[in-house]
Design a protein around this ligand. Structure first.
Ligand SMILES: Cc1cc2nc3c(=O)[nH]c(=O)nc-3n(C[C@H](O)[C@H](O)[C@H](O)COP(=O)(O)O)c2cc1C
Length: 318
């Protein structure tokens, strides 16, 4: 008998697949979010390093989910830098707003974004890297937490493998727990749902979709990579002088540039010439040099597909 993956949490949100396309800055814009949501999962617009009120406005203008729910994902230091972006997110009619990569250890009193998101009618969600963070986030009032394992692509606090973290977080909190980190095929989705996750929060598997903001040359680099080619590093943030807190490095694809400077970030910060050369590589879209964010599941990407195909492959009947 064929069986389609489903959970109460996803059903309550109006989804037919217990899948969230993770907010990915520079990848998950309005077009990808629309395609994912129309396919029955939750599409999200991601505002990361280059997030701004204007960028969010641009992506919201491209959003057309046909009435299906969607989400918006922000980062903590981003909303501090651009409060208008946060206000715009609150007014967008999203079903879920995430704010990730804040400081739960020092979160006393609870961050005000949680109450503001809930007052807007959206679910307030955050990504966590430990059971203690999950406990603090739940105590602060979030509606759900995302247990993000070290396998995950992009920025994060890469501490524990997904399945171990998921089990710990599930025992630590009462709120629904989503699982993130290398959910790249139907087996991984089954595994996290069987373990008790309310849904999977999936980034890399959607990064090469036709609807993503990803450049064609970047898609080729993602398809050519396997999971052993990822590394957790601050090199890209240092090279581009991005204000990410150092406790949130990113998992990205190794390139000779990354190999050269990983572990020598202070030297890179002091080397204006190396950084200028790197910026030229960025301008030339040279992905042999410029590393792309990707998780350990990147090896499962073998073809450029539509978001609907990815949703069906991960969560469809089997
Ligand atoms: C290309 C890329 C960009 C990302 N950008 C963001 C972001 O802007 N905000 C955010 O909260 N998470 C971001 N993430 C992390 C995801 O939310 C999620 O933790 C991760 O994708 C899960 O692991 P996976 O990539 O193995 O599926 C990004 C991930 C990737 C791959």
């Amino acid at each position: 008998m064929s069986e389609t993956a489903q959970t109460d949490w996803a059903r309550d949100l109006g989804l037919t697949a217990p899948l969230v396309c993770a907010p990915m800055g520079g990848v998950a814009g309005g077009v990808l979010a629309s395609a994912v949501s129309r396919a029955g999962a939750l599409g999200m617009i991601g505002m990361g390093s280059a997030g701004s009120a204007a960028a969010l406005e641009r992506e919201l203008a491209r959003l057309d989910t046909g009435g299906a729910p969607f989400g918006i994902g922000l980062v903590d230091w981003g909303i501090a830098r651009d409060p208008d972006m946060f206000e715009r997110a609150l007014a967008a009619g999203a079903a879920l707003v995430s704010v990730s990569f804040g400081d739960w250890e020092g979160a006393d009193p609870p961050p005000s974004w949680i109450e503001a998101v809930r007052a807007s009618g959206a679910l307030a969600v955050t990504q966590v890297a430990t059971a203690e963070e999950a406990r603090r986030a739940a105590d602060a009032g979030v509606d759900a937490v995302v247990a993000r394992g070290l396998e995950g692509g992009g920025h994060g606090d890469h501490r524990e493998p997904r399945d171990a973290l998921l089990a710990e977080v599930l025992s630590a909190v009462e709120v629904p727990v989503l699982a993130a980190g290398a959910v790249s095929g139907p087996e991984e989705l089954r595994r996290v749902l069987d373990a008790g996750a309310a849904a999977a929060w999936v980034g890399t598997a959607f990064a090469a979709c036709t609807e993503a903001l990803t450049a064609d040359a970047a898609r080729d680099a993602l398809l050519a990579a396997d999971g052993t080619q990822t590394l957790v590093s601050r090199v890209l943030d240092v090279a581009l002088e991005r204000p990410w807190p150092s406790r949130f490095p990113e998992r990205l694809l190794r390139t000779p540039f990354v190999e050269c400077w990983h572990g020598r970030e202070a030297e890179l910060a002091a080397d204006a010439e190396a950084r200028a050369e790197f910026r030229a590589a960025v301008a030339a879209a040279d992905y042999a040099t410029v590393p792309l964010d990707a998780g350990q599941g990147v090896g499962a990407l073998t073809a450029v597909r539509t978001a609907a195909e990815v949703v069906a492959e991960l969560a469809g009947p089997r």
